[in-house]
Design a binder for this molecule. Structure first.
Ligand code: GDP
Length: 300
């Protein structure tokens, strides 16, 4: 995860740490290299700029350069700013799922086709069953992609979570209503709605998401995006958050993401927390997104 970025930053910081004394110019030179590394990692330009400004100001404005270990102090400042960039006000800890509402709590999963939405729905259902000890039910509202509903049913068997029986020809809003009814009857704690994807963000998709949210009043609306798509993932998040009340983001394919631009830009550009990371195809490859730990990983 983030290997390229990690390597680049490692080289810059090893050099800083290796020196006994640091001048203001040394810090500015190092930050120029960090800026390039961030941009090559596909971090949004305003986010990279704000990061560099914050680190530079703290590093040269305080007593850091006169300290005994200036290099280490600068790296510490970088670490803290990375945590801020990844986690915003919530800091180093993962943002928890909000499951405290009156059951059935509805978790609506939204995103583009191929982002990993259906897989993530099953991963999250497993997570909720195992880590929260709650009874879950999944329903696929994807009537656009052939066999999408069957795919969720197969995954449901694998993660041992029930799926709503398929009624051919039923439309998303009606499936959502039926799912809620069924969840109430079966005393389900958490209902996960896997909504339809599209190849691109379009108005029909947004209207459908709004209609589904209207009948199901979700507590969580999680956007699933592919971290490998970098800035596109952030743009998709912006488009969705203008239309549906997103409560968080799940970044998939973090296992293959050597750059990290989506993870590093998401919070600042969209204001939405990354709640989970998908880290593989297997159904247990889901992690709570801890900004502190991710920053540790990036800085090696
Ligand atoms: P959907 O169209 O958004 O519902 O996407 P799917 O859930 O069908 O996933 C598309 C492909 O991505 C499948 O082959 C998944 O196994 C794979 N996938 C999903 N999440 C991850 C992840 O976190 N890491 C990796 N490596 N593959 C993933």
């Amino acid at each position: 995860m983030f290997d390229n970025l990690s390597d680049r930053l490692g080289t810059v910081f090893d050099r800083l740490r290796g020196r006994g004394a640091l001048s203001e110019q040394d810090v500015r030179d190092a930050m120029r290299e960090v800026r390039i590394a961030l941009l090559e990692a596909d971090v949004a330009l305003p986010v990279a700029r704000r990061f560099i400004d914050a680190v530079t100001e703290k590093a040269i404005g305080q007593d850091v350069l006169r300290s005994v270990t200036p290099g280490q102090q600068v790296v510490k400042i970088v670490h803290d700013e990375l945590v801020e960039m990844l986690g915003g006000e919530s800091g180093a800890q993962a943002e928890p799922l909000n499951l405290a509402a009156r059951p059935p709590v509805v978790v609506m999963m939204v995103g583009l086709q191929g982002s990993g939405k259906t897989t993530t729905t099953a991963k999250l259902a497993k997570w909720i069953r195992e880590k929260h000890g709650k009874k879950a039910l999944m329903a696929s509202l994807d009537v656009a992609r052939p066999a999408a509903q069957e795919q969720l049913a197969v995954l449901g068997t694998q993660v041992d979570v029930a799926t709503l029986p398929i009624v051919q020809g039923q439309q998303p809003v009606d499936i959502a209503r039926r799912a809620l009814e069924s969840a109430r009857l079966q005393n389900v704690d958490v209902l996960l709605l896997d909504t339809a994807g599209r190849l691109h963000v379009d108005q029909a998709l947004m209207d459908e998401m709004k209609a589904v949210a209207g009948v199901s009043t979700p507590t969580e609306v999680l956007l699933v995006v592919d971290s490998l798509t970098g800035q596109d993932a952030v743009n998709v998040a912006q488009s969705f958050s203008g239309e549906v009340p997103l409560t968080g983001v799940v970044l998939t394919r973090m296992d293959g993401d050597a750059r990290g631009g989506a993870a590093l830009s998401m919070r600042h550009v969209t204001g939405k927390p990354i709640k989970f990371a998908g880290t593989g195809e297997k159904l247990d490859a889901l992690e709570a997104f801890h900004p502190g730990r991710v920053a540790d990983r990036i800085l090696g």
